[in-house]
Write a protein that binds this ligand. Structure first.
Ligand code: ADP
Length: 577
């Protein structure tokens, strides 16, 4: 019956654990793993980083626009719009001298003639001046002359459209600047030229002869051009834009300890023309061709030393590892909880067995005492021996009661941590002999062969007399209880390896090897049905062990089922003795 109770209880425990912990934990894990799979399949991490990178590049483009127009705005204010060629040249020269970041400046003018849908430009001319600081550099002069000649060819056709576009921008309150850019190969290296154009500001109505448009010459078109110094763009402008973008706190940059790196390159070449510090080569993750300010320029961005693929794989790996670690911790927790609860359940079962056993053990001697006392009271016995026998039985049963109650009291003191021992220098041989003497009669009465061997070389040891006597009685009592056909008890006291050993042997039912450790635990009784037919509390051996250890020694068992057992208490000899 007790077996059945245990199974149902354990099943209930398992069910509770499963419902309360394992089920929610497992579904959470499954959900997280599902999510991670989803993220992996959708490449969500890559997409998020790419989005961030794209927005960083957009910011870079925006900042280039702001920076370029901030440079151009004051320059445009100073720009001439008409006048004597020599005068214009001087003006252009002074502008270039004040703005060394530009290499040449051009003034273009023509009269627009409208022919219905068509229009053309007449009387157009172009005045230019290159950076005066480089007047002595003939090579440079030649190149600029070539560069200026190119737009001179297409400007008469394009100028009206350009002016119209700038006018539309001004109306929308945008900064009215246009740009065109192109790459040339110079000394085998690509060079990016960027030319900004604008309509010079109109002069006041008071001096219409110098007016660029309006008045009588309303068809007059004027455009100013300035060329950025490619070396300036490469050495100052782009590095400043890139470092300001990378230093700003955009989400892509903040989230990572490894800040991204940028570069600028020509559309047909992946070699960086300008790159931010610590650019480490390799393929950029995201690229963006600039549209407005720097046509034909590509901004590119990536993480140094790694790729987005790698980052997302790492992130996923990290998440899987965390999940695995969590599962292990959880499984460990569940296992520990399960073990603790089943231990508690076992203890509860042992305690209830204990109460049943103890009550039983108390009841039997009390019933016997009452029965014999009542018989004696009636005074009907004739034979004197009967009286003697009945008195003896009453004495023995009271002794058993006393022993049991002493065990329980000792046990409760030990449990409460209040057990105290009274150590005294003792002649162990004498103690063992006298303890056995008072028990010998009972042993022999039960039909046991009794063998006692006490060595003569036992030194005096400091022990608690009562405790040692009680340990011996517990062991002898067990030998009596757990023997069947082979009724034999042997007790030896001898000296070995610096300690004194007290040995109790029997040829009884023995103890299975897997239970030999556990019999010293409180309340533990072997599973053998034979044991359960014998009265016991499961406390005796746990007391023996406690007493032996309190004396600095220990108790051990050697046993073979059906052959017998040998319990040995080893007590260390006082080194000073
Ligand atoms: P109790 O004898 O009251 O059950 P103990 O603590 O003295 O409690 O012993 C614990 C268990 O060890 C016993 O229930 C029995 O199963 C086993 N045991 C103890 N001594 C012997 C022995 N001499 N031979 C066989 N089994 C023994």
């Amino acid at each position: 019956m007790s077996k059945k109770w245990r199974i149902t209880d354990r099943t209930r425990l398992l069910l509770t654990l499963e419902l309360a912990i394992i089920l929610p934990a497992a579904s959470l894990m499954a959900f997280s793993i599902g999510n991670l799979h989803h993220i992996q399949r959708d490449k969500a991490i890559e997409a998020a980083i790419q989005r961030d990178f794209t927005s960083v590049l957009k910011i870079a483009e925006k900042r280039s626009w702001i920076k370029a127009t901030e440079m151009l705005a004051p320059l445009r204010e100073e720009f001439p719009c008409t006048g004597e060629p020599a005068q214009v040249k001087r003006k252009l020269e002074s502008i270039l001298a004040a703005h060394p970041e530009f290499l040449y400046a051009v003034l273009f003018q023509g009269v627009k003639v409208d022919l219905g849908k068509e229009h053309f430009l007449k009387d157009h001319f172009l005045i230019w001046r290159s950076q005066p600081a480089r007047d002595r550099d003939e090579e440079f002069q030649k190149r600029v002359a070539e560069l200026v000649n190119v737009p001179a060819k297409w400007l008469p056709a394009e100028a009206p459209d350009l002016v119209e576009k700038l006018g539309a921008m001004a109306k929308k309150e945008e900064m009215p600047f246009g740009f065109y850019g192109f790459w040339i190969t110079q000394n085998d290296h690509p060079y990016y030229w960027n030319i900004a154009y604008f309509v010079p500001p109109e002069v006041s109505e008071d001096s219409p002869e110098t007016s660029c448009s309006g008045g009588a010459s309303s068809e007059l078109l004027t455009l100013g051009f300035v060329a950025f110094d490619p070396d300036y763009l490469r050495g100052t402008f782009f590095p400043a834009v890139m470092s300001s973008v990378l230093a700003s706190k955009s989400s892509a940059l903040r989230s990572d300890a490894n800040p991204p790196v940028m570069m600028v390159h020509a559309p047909k070449s992946s070699t960086p023309w300008v790159s931010s510090a610590n650019w480490d080569g390799g393929k950029p993750e995201v690229e963006r061709a600039s549209m407005d300010v720097f046509p034909d320029i590509v901004f590119a961005i990536k993480y140094p030393g790694t790729t987005i693929d790698e980052i997302s794989a790492r992130l996923l790996r990290y998440n899987y590892l965390v999940l695995a670690a969590l599962s292990i911790v959880l499984a460990g927790g569940i296992f520990l909880t399960y073990r603790n609860i089943s231990r508690e359940m076992n203890l509860a079962r042992l305690k209830s067995d204990f109460v049943a056993n103890v009550s039983h053990e108390l009841r039997t001697p009390l019933a016997l005492i009452r029965l014999y006392a009542e018989t004696l009271e009636l005074g009907r016995l004739t034979a004197q021996e009967k009286y003697q026998e009945y008195f003896r039985i009453i004495r023995e049963e009271s002794e058993r009661l006393t022993a049991l109650i002493n065990n329980i009291l000792d046990f409760s003191r030990i449990e409460a941590g209040r057990k105290e021992y009274d150590f005294k220098e003792t002649d162990l041989a004498e103690l063992v002999r006298s303890t056995l003497d008072s028990y010998r009669f009972q042993i022999e009465q039960n039909g046991f062969a009794f063998e006692e061997s006490i060595a003569s070389n036992i030194p005096p040891i400091s022990v608690d007399r009562e405790a040692i006597a009680r340990s011996l009685l517990n062991l002898v009592n067990n030998a009596l209880k757990y023997s069947k056909d082979q009724k034999f008890i042997g007790v030896s006291l001898y000296r070995a390896n610096g300690s004194v050993k007290l040995e109790v042997r029997d040829r009884g039912i023995g103890i299975p090897p897997n239970e030999q450790d556990r019999i010293f635990e409180k309340f533990y009784r072997c599973g053998d049905p034979l044991v359960h037919n014998v009265k016991g509390s499961g406390l005796g051996l746990s007391l023996v062990r406690h007493i032996a250890r309190a004396h600095g020694g220990d108790v051990s068992v050697e046993s073979v089922p059906q052959k017998g057992s040998k319990f040995t208490i080893a007590l260390p000899i006082d080194p000073t003795a």
